[in-house]
Design a protein around this ligand. Structure first.
Ligand code: SF4
Length: 711
């Protein structure tokens, strides 16, 4: 005998696969894949084992408060915990002003929670200091998409368009490992005869499945895209009528790529002139073609320009807005990576992509919120800048972290941990004691995915209803309830409803008329099975699965070319740090691992972090498969087990970023920021690689570890 099943969605990545949950009489939960338009019943290993999070023995069941400075975290009542938080907020703001308190959100929060957190910062705390961990994921693509198209919707077309593309160029993305159910869209295309080309420094599972794999030096994508555009111009492959009718700025871009001679680009990137030429010809002559980018392109200190370079190529070939099977898109990563960046968690942003710096936008949202527009603070600083200043005179003294684990996920993570420790007071809401929660003064236990209603927005701009399927443990509260309880104590409780439907309805009004307009999408329409993509301005509007068919949402209706040229990398390999470190996700874990590292099945499948390196590099430094290897950058060292693979470049090592502590690769990564998106340079930094056991206790590379590879 079971109760249910309830149709809901996976707690992990942006694909948000459909899941059914049923409660058995013995208290266990039955989880199955659901015949959803995206996953058609198929789940990856993470989603298939997601029920292990429910009823987990390490689940937080009561608030925790720190016993004195440096003492242990001890159970406390909700009143005591919330009173302590509000006392810390009041003290900090009385001493240092409203901006002394900050919020740090997460790209996994539902739309309702992300919206409410942004409102809480501006209305209850009146602080400008709020940003979120999505700044570390999608911000460069968001900035480039907005600059080029006037809107940031990761994929301006549905996944179902992928099989319609005769040629797909997939750059810096590995869905075969990160979102396996999405691979059916690619498989259907290949079965139809489509040509698939993958650009990645690693021969990933996705690259294995493609027809062609271009394997550039990390962080040379911008040169590669410019070189391919140069070839398109030289060979007369530019779609001149499209460029004339639907774009502006092409002449400046044409001039900018004039000196990107293919042989020169080949020397920079390692991709041959023939490979570039064949790929450009295929894209240009196909009936339908698309270019998809992801974090490999975007997580750089020049990520916005690098993304723009691929958009420039797509525009020159006339792809965006051509119709089904053509275009440019970015494949979002975090569970609500798309919706989480639309409704006010970002430092400069109000719901619906409205801007805090725009008086008309402030007036619209303030009217919905029932406050004076002059009350709203101005824009704040980006995620890493906020973290970097914690505990300083110029920074936040009390930080509220919601559903994020920056001790593991932020770049230069050891420094970030030090800054968190410098705070007067740290509050973390989570359902497990993450590495960040372990440093908190107060931990507030929250409900998790299957215990609450809410909406998520997937990379297509499709809004999904995540439904409550099981009861939460008695001692925990939802984030909306927690924000209300804090707001009550701050005298602003009346502005903060706790019913997700009510919050969503308000979000719809706040976003109405904005770029990401949700006004016509309701919980009821979603529950009735309608497939709705924003913008959807009215309750009778069908939504917008495919954008740009007639025009682009820019002032003149045209897409914008922007000339971009490579800048020197923030750090370059040298004698001390001669190789390149790149990071990413693995098949078995998700983000900072707070959830997946607690799943017994996933831990069994992938129990520890590792470093992938080429057998030739292993030979040069003198390690064998499964040996312990020390990686060092100017920011720190980690020791990991080696996995030898010929699929990675000989000058590059790869580490997944799902682990913290001694295995936390973000202790090594660089916090150099993109000037536009403020995205840190996660993807590439120079690194020293040496056997760990031969030199116990060494912090830096000894003689020999910097040996050059044979050319
Ligand atoms: Fe969950 Fe993503 Fe796996 Fe689907 S692909 S089951 S959404 S982790």
């Amino acid at each position: 005998m079971t109760a249910g099943p309830i149709a809901t969605h996976c707690p992990y990545c942006s694909l948000q696969c459909g899941i059914s949950l049923a409660s058995r009489d013995d208290g266990t939960i039955e989880l199955t894949g659901r015949d959803d338009p995206i996953n058609r019943g198929v789940l990856c290993i993470k989603g298939a084992n997601a029920a292990e999070l429910l009823g987990h023995p390490e689940r937080l069941g009561t608030p925790l408060v720190r016993d004195g400075r440096g003492g242990p975290l001890l159970p406390a009542s909700w009143d005591e915990a919330l009173d302590r938080v509000v006392a810390a907020i009041r003290t900090a703001q009385a001493r240092h002003g409203p901006d002394a308190v900050g919020c740090f959100g997460g790209g996994g929060l539902t739309n309702e929670k992300a919206y409410q957190l942004g409102k809480f910062a501006r209305v209850a705390l009146r602080t400008s200091n709020i940003d979120y961990n999505g700044r570390f994921c999608m911000s460069s693509a968001a900035a480039a998409g907005t600059r080029a198209f006037g809107v940031d919707r990761g994929m301006p077309f549905p996944f179902a368009d992928i099989p319609e593309a005769d040629v797909v160029l997939l750059v810096g993305s590995n869905p075969a490992d990160t979102m396996p159910p999405a691979m059916r869209f690619f498989a259907d295309g290949r079965e139809r005869g489509a040509l698939h080309v993958v650009v990645d420094p690693r021969r990933t599972a996705t690259a294995e499945l493609a027809h062609r794999h271009l394997q550039p030096v990390p962080n040379t994508d911008l040169s590669l895209a410019n070189g391919m555009l140069h070839i398109a111009v030289r060979e007369g492959l530019v779609d001149k009528s499209y460029v004339a009718a639907r774009t502006t700025g092409f002449d400046a871009v044409r001039r900018a790529v004039r000196s990107d001679w293919p042989d020169r680009v080949e020397r920079t990137t390692g991709v041959s002139v023939a490979e570039m030429t064949e790929t450009v010809r295929a894209l240009a002559t196909a009936r339908t073609a698309m270019i998809l980018t992801a974090r490999g392109v975007e997580q750089h200190a020049d990520g916005t320009d690098t993304t723009q370079a691929w958009i420039n190529l797509a525009l020159a070939l006339g792809l965006p807005g051509r119709g089904a099977g053509s275009g440019w898109g970015t494949v979002t990563g975090q569970g609500n990576g798309q919706g989480g960046r639309e409704h006010g968690q970002k430092a400069d942003q109000l719901p619906g992509y409205r801007k805090l710096a725009n008086p008309a936008d402030r007036a619209h949202v303030a009217a919905v919120w029932g406050v004076d527009a002059d009350e709203l603070p101005g824009p704040g600083v980006s995620a890493y800048e906020l973290l970097d200043r914690l505990g300083t005179d110029a920074g936040v003294r009390v930080l509220l972290v919601a559903a994020s684990n920056p001790v593991v996920s932020a770049p230069n993570a050891s420094h970030v941990a030090e800054r968190l420790d410098a705070l007067d007071f740290l509050v973390v809401t989570d359902f497990f004691l993450s590495e960040t929660a372990q440093r908190a003064d107060v931990v507030l236990p929250t409900t998790q995915w299957a215990e609450e209603d809410g909406t998520m927005t997937n990379p297509e701009g499709r809004v999904l209803l995540r439904r409550k399927a099981v009861e939460a443990p008695a001692g925990v509260r939802g984030d909306l309830e927690i924000l209300r309880a804090l707001a009550d104590r701050l005298g602003r409780g009346e502005y903060f409803p706790t019913d997700p439907r009510e919050v969503y309805a308000e979000l719809g009004r706040a976003s109405s008329g904005g770029t990401a307009d949700y006004a016509g999408i309701t919980h009821d329409r979603l529950a009735a099975g309608e497939e709705l993509f924003w913008p959807c301005p009215t309750p009778t509007h069908p939504g917008t699965p495919r954008m740009f068919l007639e025009s682009f949402p820019t002032a003149d209706g045209r897409a914008r070319f922007v000339p971009v040229t490579p800048r020197p990398a923030p750090e370059r390999p040298d004698a001390d740090f001669p190789y390149l470190l790149t990071t990413g996700r693995s098949r078995g874990h998700y983000q900072s691992g707070t959830q997946t590292r607690r799943s017994p099945s996933l831990q069994h499948a992938e129990p520890e972090a590792y470093v992938e390196l080429h057998p030739e590099l292993a030979g040069v430094i003198g390690v064998v498969d499964r040996a312990r290897v020390r990686l060092s950058t100017p920011r720190g060292s980690v020791v990991l087990r080696a996995r030898l693979t010929p699929g990675i470049r000989r000058d590059t090592v790869f580490v997944p970023f799902h682990w913290g502590g001694a295995s936390g690769v973000n202790a090594l990564t660089s916090a150099a920021l993109d000037p536009t998106s403020r995205m840190p340079e996660f993807k590439t930094c120079p690194v020293a690689v040496e056997p760990a056991d031969a030199h116990p206790g060494d912090e830096r590379a000894p003689t020999g570890s910097s040996a050059a590879l044979p050319s």
